[in-house]
Design a protein around this ligand. Structure first.
Ligand code: HEC
Ligand code: HEC
Ligand code: HEC
Ligand code: HEC
Ligand code: HEC
Length: 207
């Protein structure tokens, strides 16, 4: 698309919205809390959560918490591209050809795999197509001191997951839900923060 047409597209967008009277929608929070059921009960708590070791009745040590698999093992793209991507079943099968084979949901996953069908994961976050958003631009942005603008440590210097700024603590979720409004106001509120210095002109997000 040529740059010259972009302002026209924005004007069209504004007009379309003015006509349908849905401007309020841009500032509403219909998304926050959205928590769709998935075809397989994939629990981030179990796969990405922190391990919790307990001794069972036989005296053996068992992990009743999570396996702490790093987010980017499965969501391989957020530092490299626009989208984060949800993993293909092949990623799951790296482990699940041998692990957890007695489990109901693992068996269901293997059924999809054996049939050669992708698991029909339901999208949790899905912005309209007229919005431009890029994960890598956010996660790689640095301030003058060379520190990431999206924080990777808290006030005490303890490391935090950068994904948290927008998605919350996914590793503590049985079912992923939308943690923020993900509307225009929310994007702008963060962009206007002095330590973010991120663009607020229409063209940045509507190109
Ligand atoms: C073992 C693989 C795996 C790991 C590790 C993992 N995820 Fe996921 N993630 C998935 C799968 C599969 C889905 C799709 C099913 C679902 O939404 O629960 C998903 C969904 C998501 C979604 C919602 C995607 C959408 O449709 O909008 C977000 C956000 C997310 N993960 C963030 C994270 C974060 C943050 C971490 C690290 C703390 C993480 N994930 C670790 C596999 C993984
Ligand atoms: C600055 C806010 C922000 C941060 C930080 C962030 N995300 Fe996202 N994420 C979004 C937005 C906005 C969307 C919706 C994109 C869309 O629908 O086009 C999204 C969507 C996703 C999705 C669904 C697939 C996609 O790309 O549309 C996954 C999976 C995901 N994020 C994982 C992650 C992981 C893992 C991290 C940390 C490494 C992370 N995100 C950090 C804002 C963020
Ligand atoms: C790095 C190895 C690894 C990867 C990759 C992996 N898993 Fe797992 N998964 C495990 C282990 C270990 C267990 C625990 C098995 C058990 O409890 O017997 C497990 C358990 C499970 C369970 C049952 C436990 C529960 O109650 O939550 C499901 C469902 C599951 N995984 C789905 C997935 C899906 C879907 C993917 C791909 C998106 C995936 N796993 C990727 C290692 C992995
Ligand atoms: C937690 C804070 C935060 C939130 C929330 C956020 N952003 Fe950003 N955004 C940033 C930062 C930081 C930058 C990078 C500024 C720089 O250093 O250039 C940025 C840059 C951008 C850019 C310019 C870089 C590029 O990719 O071309 C776009 C476009 C953008 N954001 C869109 C969005 C949209 C759309 C949303 C809401 C869905 C959003 N952002 C939510 C912090 C945020
Ligand atoms: C930082 C990113 C960002 C910037 C800058 C931005 N927008 Fe948006 N805008 C969004 C997002 C995200 C949505 C989608 C809201 C939703 O679907 O909830 C949106 C939606 C809209 C809509 C549709 C509203 C509706 O009812 O769905 C219009 C019109 C709009 N923007 C106009 C503008 C104009 C005009 C400007 C400049 C003054 C602007 N935007 C600047 C992120 C941005």
């Amino acid at each position: 698309m040529s740059l010259g047409r972009t302002p026209v597209r924005i004007l069209m967008l504004v007009l379309a919205v003015a006509v349908t009277g849905s401007f309020a929608y841009a500032f509403s929070n219909v998304r926050k809390g959205y928590e769709p059921r998935q075809p397989i009960l994939f629990r981030h708590t179990r796969m990405a959560g922190t391990p919790v070791w307990q001794t069972d009745a036989t005296g053996a040590k068992v992990n009743v918490g999570g396996f702490g698999i790093p987010c980017v093992y499965c969501h391989t793209m957020p530092y490299k591209g626009r989208h984060s991507t949800v993993p293909s079943t092949a990623v799951c099968m790296n482990c699940h050809t041998s692990v957890g084979l007695g489990r109901e949901w693992v068996l269901k996953m293997k059924d999809y795999w054996d049939r050669g069908e992708p698991i029909p994961w339901v999208k949790v976050h899905d912005l309209p197509d007229f919005v431009y958003y890029d994960h890598s631009a956010h996660l790689n942005a640095k301030n003058e001191k060379g520190e990431p603008k999206i924080p990777n440590k808290d006030a005490q210097g303890k490391p935090i997951n950068q994904c948290e700024a927008c998605h919350g603590k996914v590793e503590t979720m049985e079912i992923v839900s939308v943690q923020n409004t993900f509307n225009m106001q929310w994007c702008l509120d963060c962009h206007r923060k002095p330590d973010m210095k991120a663009p607020t002109d229409c063209i940045a997000c509507h190109r």
